[in-house]
Write a protein that binds this ligand. Structure first.
Ligand code: SF4
Ligand code: SF4
Length: 132
């Protein structure tokens, strides 16, 4: 089991903001707007965004609360430094954390042999991504 920290360093590394899976989501656009407003608010106002409403770093926070993401686009996680630094490939992460939930919940694929594990991962990823 692996826990990814919800911190500014990982936020900076996260590639979800450029991901086509959520690029057209109006719900996600509203979340970005809320984040912008929070970041420009007076620090004493106490206006902070709930992590579950932050449209990135899903490997730390878990599934999106938005219902209009398009999972047939390709997840960007495998190019992300958080993915690489935490060895999420070897840990069996299926990526698409916005759909599958946080890394601590989804990264243990119960398959012993490498070949079977690879096949299982390919199957999981193909479920979401349909190249055009
Ligand atoms: S692994 Fe995916 S969800 Fe996690 S920080 Fe990287 S791009 Fe974001
Ligand atoms: S977890 Fe993957 S699919 Fe979801 S928004 Fe981030 S990069 Fe895209």
């Amino acid at each position: 089991m692996i826990e990814i920290d919800f911190n500014p360093e990982n936020m900076e590394k996260c590639l979800c903001a450029e991901c086509p899976v959520q690029a057209k989501s109006s719900c996600v656009k509203d979340q970005w707007k809320e984040m912008e407003e929070a970041s420009s608010a007076d620090i004493d106002s106490g206006f902070v965004v709930d992590p579950e409403k932050v449209p990135k770093l899903y490997c730390a926070t878990g599934k999106t609360i938005c219902g209009d993401l398009y999972f047939h686009e390709e997840c960007q996680c495998k190019d992300c430094d958080v993915w690489k630094e935490n060895d999420l490939e070897a840990r069996g992460a299926p990526a698409y954390f916005c759909k599958n939930g946080e890394a601590s919940e989804c990264c243990e694929i119960d398959v012993e042999e490498d070949e079977s594990r690879e096949a299982k991962l390919r199957e999981l990823r193909r479920t979401y991504y349909t190249p055009v």
